[in-house]
Design a protein around this ligand. Structure first.
Ligand SMILES: Nc1ncnc2c1ncn2[C@@H]1O[C@H](COP(=O)(O)OP(=O)(O)OP(=O)(O)O)[C@@H](O)[C@H]1O
Ligand SMILES: [Mg+2]
Length: 239
């Protein structure tokens, strides 16, 4: 099947918390099957941007389109129905539920093909299959992160928004996480990823956006940003 790839496009996003704006006119876009990185210093507004796209924060200005359809300021539930999934910075698993129960929870807005999704997740992360009946709280940190990503995949998204998936993981687990993100891309899903490990993330990215103080500072292909002097000075020093 050769379905047309959809683009998620955010234009001129302005928003924040209460009266204070954190995002000051941000533009960003990603097409299915792409990996796009958002990098920037602490407090730049990266998490706020993902939350705003997913409908967790109301936008004061700007538009979000999924293909031709406008989805600005839709509820997170509607965003899930429209094909978006969000994996927050804090690992959001239910520690006392089993691995399988956690995955079932990720699919609560869906009706069909659950078995197929679960099987494709288990082939992505075989260890989750081995531990499917174990409490999620007993998994290692890396496995909990795999589970959080997998839970996001259970809604069968077209786009996955990942906030710092490698936070707190060992370098070996970084690599495993990035490998699995590449496999998710192969499924035709667009992955919008916020990362502190800017170099590793840009290496696997089609494109990247550098945010500073709630504004687009630089945009380009992953490769062009990797060799950009300003990016190197700002974010890649010592890595
Ligand atoms: N719930 C909130 N209420 C008020 N201000 C907030 C809230 N969450 C974040 N902020 C502020 O918004 C700004 C941007 O925060 P955000 O979490 O989006 O940054 P970030 O780029 O994700 O940073 P980090 O790299 O530390 O994760 C910061 O100044 C932060 O203090
Ligand atoms: Mg953040």
């Amino acid at each position: 099947m050769n379905k047309k790839k959809i683009t998620l496009k955010a234009e001129g996003l302005v928003g924040g918390y209460g009266g204070m704006n954190i995002l000051n006119s941000i533009d960003i876009e990603i097409t299915q099957g792409e990996i796009v990185s958002i990098i920037g210093p602490n407090g730049a507004g990266k998490t706020t941007l993902l939350k705003s796209i997913f409908g967790l924060i109301e936008l004061k200005k700007g538009n979000i389109f999924l293909g031709e359809v406008e989805v600005t300021n839709q509820s997170p539930q509607n965003m899930v129905m429209s094909g978006l999934s969000y994996v927050p910075q804090e690992r959001n698993i239910f520690p006392t539920l089993t691995v399988k129960e956690n995955l079932d929870m990720g699919a609560y807005l869906r009706e069909n093909n659950l078995k197929e999704s679960m099987e494709s997740i288990f082939s992505l992360y075989p260890v989750l299959n081995e531990k499917r009946n174990q409490a999620a709280g007993e998994l290692s940190g890396g496995q909990q992160q795999m589970l959080a990503i997998s839970r996001g995949l259970m809604s069968d998204p077209q786009f996955l928004l990942l906030d710092e998936p490698t936070a707190g993981l060992s370098p070996k687990l970084f690599d495993e996480t990035f490998d699995s993100i590449l496999k998710i891309k192969e499924l035709g899903i667009g992955i919008l990823i916020v990362e502190q490990n800017a170099k590793k993330s840009l290496k696997i990215s089609n494109r990247g956006y550098v945010l500073v103080a709630g504004e687009n500072r630089l945009t380009g292909t992953g490769e062009s940003l990797l060799i950009n002097k300003e990016v190197a000075n700002l974010f890649l020093g010592g890595q």
